[in-house]
Design a protein around this ligand. Structure first.
Ligand code: 4AD
Ligand code: MG
Length: 483
């Protein structure tokens, strides 16, 4: 009975692998589960080839893990002709016997019995022939950089974080709401928008006043790519209670910094019946949960990044999970900055928008842990934020992180139709594009809150990468859209 159970379990396991990866076993599975003596097939890309006159060692990576598996070719069994095309970057299929590894560094290796090269890579022109390229150079070959250890690690971590985000919210009973990419409203004035049009750029239809006539455009009006899914998220929260969006957002600011992209992904939870404290509690728990997920599931890739780029990475991640975030008001934060004696590039006083140098001073130098700043001046925040009784500040919250600065921006929302309407008038916003949003306040309004986490800012923190261009497969920044 007992034996039978074991036997079934074993076959199920093999069956699962066969189903998952037709005709091959993934390197990750070979290294962790592979049984010595098994006949196996591996398919992947050559990382290195070395050897002597008796034997050739070829390291294969298939993307399933940061580790390679070593193929050993006995040169008495393989002709030079057969091995000629095996060079760094080539893709191949190899069969052989899994044996205990002679060398250090891996448990098992494959004694090759058969090989087929799917695609060669000319060593004179293959850009990743040598190791140790700079991240700047790799950005110029973004179409090939996923084949490096660094970007393999980053992209696997990116996948793990996306999965962890859906899991976190699903486990909490939130619903994933798909908000539109093309929009006719200016959401929040968060930044310049990219226009979406099918009009002829060389010869657009002009109205009597000489201006472009968007009535002839695809949607019959001016449209853009969204800067945020929040306003539609609020519509969802007023029906489903707790929702989140997770999608691409677009900002046409000309800011060429290591922390800004023109196309980035944002996660925006929106919750009915949450006050600002509930919102802060969720943001802190959420981000700690995600970092903990990476520590629990991605240690191979984190260890690689820790060793290669940032010796404090893992300690920093563990630190965030085990410390309580500081919570203080913008006003208190500004006082600390004013009294710091620090020379900032941008002078600081009550009323100014904080720069990343100010945020990082508070987090890295003063408190030495993440900070949630609240109650910002209303004039530097969006129209929808709940107004405080002082008439000067709003119930905003920004979560500030070491090395990153602002990682989350959010607020309690103004639920009073009257106050919200007054603010819209004050800012001279076009109420005609927002009538549907105001209906949430007109019909069954409720206290509610939400926030936006920049996915690539999170990825910078989790991977330790210093430039946001290195945590997204194909970055879009001013004058950069090649791949
Ligand atoms: O602070 P932001 O502009 O807030 C909003 O868009 C709100 N609608 C969110 C909400 O309350 N639902 O942006 C939110 C986050 C920032 O904290 C930052 O992490 C990221 O999005 N972000 C960017 N990331 C990369 N490149 C850019 N240009 C970014 N702009 C904002
Ligand atoms: Mg912000």
């Amino acid at each position: 009975m007992h034996n039978n159970f074991h036997c079934t379990n074993f076959t199920t396991h093999i069956f699962r692998q066969m189903m998952k990866t037709p005709g091959r076993t993934k390197v990750a599975d070979l290294l962790s589960l592979g049984q010595e003596g098994a006949e196996v097939t591996v398919k992947g890309w050559v990382r290195t080839k070395r050897g002597n006159k008796n034997v050739a060692f070829v390291a294969i990576n298939d993307g399933s893990t940061i580790s390679n598996i070593q193929l050993v070719f006995d040169l008495q069994k393989f002709s030079e002709q057969q091995l000629r095309d095996i060079s760094t970057g080539a893709c191949l299929r190899a069969c052989g016997t899994l044996v205990a590894s002679q060398g250090s560094g891996q448990r098992v290796e494959i004694q090759a019995t058969d090989v087929e090269v799917y695609g060669t890579a000319d060593s004179a022109t293959y850009p990743l022939q040598k190791k140790g390229h700079t991240l700047e150079f790799l950005r110029e070959i973004a179409h090939l950089r996923p084949r490096t250890n660094t970007f393999g690690a980053v992209l696997r971590l990116r996948h793990a974080m996306a999965y962890a985000i859906h899991k976190y919210f699903n486990d909490k009973g939130f619903f994933y709401l798909h908000t539109p990419i093309i929009t006719a409203s200016d959401a929040e004035g968060a930044g310049a928008m990219f226009r979406v049009t099918t009009l002829d750029a060389k010869n657009p239809p002009l109205g009597e006043n000489g201006e472009v006539c968007f009535a002839d455009d695809f949607f019959g009006r001016e449209t853009s790519l969204t800067v945020s899914g929040q306003l539609e998220g609020e519509l969802g929260a007023m029906a489903l209670g707790e929702v989140y969006t997770f999608g691409p957002t677009f900002r046409a600011e000309n800011s060429n910094t290591p922390r800004h992209l023109a196309e980035f992904w944002m996660i925006e939870p929106e919750m009915a019946f949450y006050e600002i404290e509930d919102n802060m509690n969720l943001a802190e728990d959420f981000i700690k949960g995600l970092v903990q997920y990476a520590l629990d599931h991605c240690m191979d890739d984190l260890t690689f990044l820790n060793d290669m780029y940032d010796r404090e990475l893992i300690a920093r991640l563990q630190g965030v999970c085990s410390t309580e975030f500081v919570r203080l008001s913008y006003g208190e934060g500004v006082k600390i900055l004013e009294q710091s004696g620090q020379k900032f590039e941008f002078p600081v006083r009550w009323g100014v928008d904080l720069q990343s140098e100010h945020e990082r001073y508070l987090v890295e130098t003063h408190f030495k842990r993440p900070v949630i700043l609240t109650d910002y001046p209303k004039d530097i925040k969006a129209f929808y934020m709940k107004q405080n009784d002082d008439g000067k500040t709003v119930r905003a919250m920004d979560v500030l992180f070491p090395k990153i600065g602002e990682i989350i921006g959010g607020s309690q929302r103004e639920e009073s139709l009257e106050k919200l309407g007054a603010r819209i008038d004050e800012l001279k916003m076009d109420v005609r594009t927002l009538w549907w949003y105001l209906d949430t306040r007109r019909f069954g309004t409720a206290p509610h809150s939400g926030f936006g986490l920049g996915f690539e800012r999170l990825m910078m923190f989790v991977t330790g990468m210093g430039n946001i261009r290195d945590v997204i497969p194909f970055p879009r920044t001013p004058k950069n859209v090649e791949f």
